[in-house]
Write a protein that binds this ligand. Structure first.
Ligand code: ZN
Length: 204
């Protein structure tokens, strides 16, 4: 199982990091070892100082696919979940400045919080009309709406599958909306799809 992450899929988040709007989706991979085991606290590693949270809608792939056409992408997922893409922002900024890959800043152990429950997509009228949000210590810090995605879910699946064969159980992190910020020890993060709590994680 792997996680394929999409960077820069919400215009306002691109602006807050002073990034350029890409002509094509930005992709990176987290390995299965990046998934934080359910109910474990997130222990911040010692190789960076500035960790950021990014709440993202997550799509779970249900069968093998390669070169999937957008019109058939619906057949490759049944469920939607929520995740946190944990980023070592100071390390990522250094790597980017040197023109180096970001893996160490994005794909390290426990850098992916994933909701245990996934929701059937049939429970939503329109997947591009889902609201999701993140609370830090009870205060809402990120609010996303899938209508604001630059590339919609089916387009992402199609694009990703040109490069990476998708397998059953793979997860797609579909990008974060604006409002990313610092993680501090003792923070508690809770993620919501609409009004439903999807995950709760404590920082240590
Ligand atoms: Zn992200």
């Amino acid at each position: 199982m792997k996680i394929v992450c999409v960077g820069r899929n919400y215009a306002k988040h691109i602006n807050e990091l002073n990034n350029k709007k890409p002509g094509e989706p930005v992709l990176f991979i987290k390995p299965d070892t990046a998934v934080l085991p359910y109910r474990n606290p997130l222990v911040l590693p010692d190789f960076a100082k500035d960790f950021h949270y990014e709440v993202e809608l997550v799509v779970k792939i249900n069968k093998l696919g390669k070169h999937i056409e957008p019109k058939f992408a619906q057949r490759y997922y049944d469920e939607i979940g929520l995740g946190l893409d944990i980023t070592a922002r100071d390390l990522q900024t250094r790597l980017k400045a040197d023109g180096l890959p970001w893996e160490k800043a994005k794909a390290f152990d426990n850098s992916a919080v994933v909701s245990r429950e996934f929701l059937p997509k049939t429970g939503f009228n329109n997947l591009q009309n889902i609201r999701f949000s993140l609370q830090k210590n009870g205060v809402t810090v990120q609010q996303g709406h899938t209508a604001d995605m630059l590339w919609h879910i089916d387009e992402l699946i199609s694009y990703i599958s040109r490069f990476f064969t998708l397998k059953k159980g793979d997860l797609i992190f579909t990008g974060t909306p604006a409002g990313v910020g610092k993680i501090q020890i003792n923070d508690i993060f809770t993620g919501y799809i609409e009004n439903l709590e999807m995950f709760r994680v404590k920082i240590k």
